[in-house]
Design a protein around this ligand. Structure first.
Ligand SMILES: Nc1ncnc2c1ncn2[C@@H]1O[C@H](COP(=O)(O)OP(=O)(O)OP(=O)(O)O)[C@@H](O)[C@H]1O
Ligand SMILES: [Mg+2]
Length: 241
């Protein structure tokens, strides 16, 4: 089987700081991969490079056999890469429904067909548990629900790779269980790359875990192997809240 995503020697400098440092990474189709690591390890920078939000200083990104390194983010979205930001980026004055309608319209050849838009929007809102809040202005949703709304916006693109950057931040414990079911459901027909600090969520969801530290991959393996890895414990798990 061919990897869905590969990076080779991927690096990104910010001034004198190498935020992502020669990362060789690969992700198999259908996988749920968690990315963990201390604050400032380079996790968000890494997925920003994959999504095309920022450009690499050096290295290469291959998605589904195509070199996408120089392709703009909008082209990558069309190829099937969707992502949610760590910082919430919903349109506060638009309803939850209208926020999701924007990406749905992008996926439809005739984006003006009202019935098709409605079906796409409601399906994404129902999957994320937000259907009963469809007409609330997004800015009036709780922070956790705004994060879920972003997941709905990503899902509406029917992605092959869905990248989630700390999606459970601000969710109540009761909502986290629903989120875990949601990601398992998403993974039935997409690959998921999940940056997550909540270790119980990581341990329950991930097929494999990649640990970032100081811009590099410190370790990679099954949840059990990562939990028992002494270097990981020192760099991250021992200091996790
Ligand atoms: N636009 C930027 N300009 C300058 N420095 C940046 C920029 N973005 C990130 N950095 C720096 O790059 C390093 C990696 O940051 P990044 O946000 O990727 O870490 P992270 O692993 O996502 O951390 P967190 O867990 O806190 O979200 C940090 O030292 C950060 O300050
Ligand atoms: Mg981050």
């Amino acid at each position: 089987m061919m990897p869905l995503l590969t990076t080779k020697g991927l690096s990104r400098d910010f001034g004198g700081l190498r935020a992502v440092d020669s990362v060789d990474f690969s992700l198999m189709p259908g996988e749920i991969r968690a990315v963990i690591g201390p604050n400032g390890a380079g996790k968000t920078t890494f997925v920003s490079l994959v999504s095309g939000r920022i450009q690499p200083s050096s290295g290469m990104i291959v998605f589904d056999g195509t070199d996408i390194t120089t392709q703009p983010a909008c082209v990558r979205v069309r190829r099937g890469i969707a992502y949610t930001f760590q910082i919430t980026s919903v349109f506060a004055n638009l309803s939850a429904y209208d926020n999701v309608a924007l990406p749905v319209q992008r996926t439809l050849s005739d984006g003006r067909s009202k019935g098709a838009v409605r079906a796409g929007v409601m399906s994404a809102l129902e999957r994320t548990g937000l259907a009963d809040r469809a007409h609330m202005p997004a800015g009036q949703l709780s922070y956790g629900h705004q994060r879920l709304l972003e997941v709905a916006m990503g899902l509406a693109l029917k992605p092959r790779l869905l990248i989630l950057d700390e999606p459970t931040q601000g969710l109540a414990d009761s909502e986290i269980d629903n989120f875990i079911s949601l990601v398992r459901d998403i993974a039935k027909n997409a690959t998921v790359l999940l940056i997550e600090h909540n270790m119980p969520v990581v341990m329950q969801l991930a097929d494999r875990i990649t640990v970032f530290n100081a811009g590099k991959i410190l370790a990679e393996g099954t949840p059990e192997a990562i939990r028992d890895n002494a270097a990981v414990q020192e760099a991250y798990l021992g200091t996790a809240p």
